[in-house]
Design a binder for this molecule. Structure first.
Ligand SMILES: C[N+](C)(C)CCCC[C@H](N)C(=O)O
Ligand SMILES: O=C(O)CCC(=O)C(=O)O
Length: 368
């Protein structure tokens, strides 16, 4: 630290690297890291917010590496320059910002990670390219996986852990009605996100086609949901605005279950206007009532305009999943579907929660 001075209730610090950061006294008092205020072994504060006094700086001293504040409540706080430097707002917020690289069609075929399962499972470091690919493109492939549930489960665990839902943990499905859903048929499924009827959709969808015999079709279709939403925002701003604000209800109903949830199809971070999630599934939409005809017409116009981007073959990436290759997609961003098929087609996989896969990515220091 080069210079420290107080103005009213603000402590201004000029750091050696030229950074100038202003700290409100309430922030500094709350971020005291002494053993009375903070459990260093659990990374938790020990004081209740109501027990932290609204103190003022009584006096302070500093060196290159430390700031010492004596508070008018009698408390004494020590802060390292390294700790304080983290809280330059731009640096702090940039570190937490995700940087998706939007794509259309087959643009990222040769850019997404295609990692051998041995490398993926070998170490945290070894898994890095898969998580980076998910952060960049929302898609990654892990290859030479044993074409069975056990081999696939190892991959799902390493991605963050198997999420349990109404469909079970690890699932294996084919044209057998194990659940009341068209995924368990040979019908075509237009691109969609899964779980629009859950309060939180699965973070990752992991699909491994372990068999397709005696027939054809069953190609996988992917679309970058963020690309489509960005195009809609550019070309139909009114529809984009509508889809970021209007709650669409989705449902999943089967014997003994009725999941339902309402939320906008396009979720954005209101302060940065960045896209955070696409919840698009034309099949699982509930029958809805509308407050007035205008809303009803806006809903159909906006949804159709977004759907046109997702249904445009130029924006779609179509390929055949083969036994041994596990596909991992970011279900908050990338839409997936399939073409109809004949013959016996068996897929296995699981969901992984967003918290759990981002936990892995953050532990790998790929995100803040
Ligand atoms: C087979 N598997 C469990 C993967 C999915 C089944 C649920 C599909 C549902 N229509 C949705 O889009 O969420
Ligand atoms: O059968 C497939 O390839 C995909 C099925 C699907 O879209 C799903 O399970 O959500």
């Amino acid at each position: 630290m080069e210079k420290v001075y107080t103005i009213e209730r603000v402590v201004e610090i000029k750091f050696e690297d030229g950074n100038l950061i202003s700290f409100e006294d309430c922030w500094l008092r709350d971020h005291c890291r002494c053993s009375t205020c903070y459990h260093a072994d659990t990374y938790q504060r020990s004081q209740h917010i109501l027990d932290i006094p609204d103190a003022r700086v009584k006096s302070f001293s500093f060196s290159k590496t430390q700031l010492n504040i004596i508070w008018d409540c009698g408390h004494n706080s020590l802060y390292s320059a390294e700790f304080l430097l983290q809280f330059d707002y731009k640096k702090w917020s940039d570190k937490r910002r995700l940087r998706p690289q939007l794509w259309r069609g087959t643009e990222v075929t040769d850019k997404v990670a295609r990692l051998n399962v041995k490398q993926f499972l070998s170490s945290a470091e070894g898994a890095k390219p898969v998580f980076q690919s998910l952060l960049d493109y929302g898609v990654a492939f892990i290859e030479d996986v044993s074409p069975n549930l056990m081999g696939t489960e190892e991959v799902c665990q390493a991605l963050g852990g198997v999420q349990r839902t109404v469909f079970g943990g690890m699932w294996q499905f084919t044209t057998k009605p194990d659940h009341a859903d068209t995924a368990y048929t040979n019908l075509p499924l237009a691109v969609h996100n899964d779980n629009t009827y859950f309060t939180e959709a699965a973070g990752l969808q992991i699909l491994h086609c372990i068999e397709h015999t005696g027939g054809s079709g069953g190609k996988t279709v992917l679309v970058d949901g963020f690309y489509g939403a960005t195009e809609l925002r550019k070309n139909c701003p009114e529809d984009y605005e509508f889809l970021t604000t209007f709650d669409v209800e989705a449902e999943y109903i089967e014997e003994g279950h009725h999941h339902s949830y309402s939320a906008p199809i396009i979720r954005i971070n209101r302060s940065t206007q960045e896209l955070t999630q696409i919840r698009y599934n034309v099949y699982d939409r509930s029958a809805m009532a509308f407050a007035d005809g205008g809303l009803c017409r806006s809903y159909y116009r906006s949804l159709r305009n977004l759907a046109r981007y997702y249904q445009d073959p130029a924006n779609q990436w179509q390929f055949k999943l083969k036994p041994g290759t596990v596909m991992v997609i970011d279900n908050f961003r990338v839409l997936h579907g399939r073409t109809s098929f004949t013959g016996t087609r068996v897929l296995c996989g699981s969901y992984v929660t967003r918290s759990d896969w981002l936990d892995r990515a953050r532990t790998l220091k790929l995100i803040g």
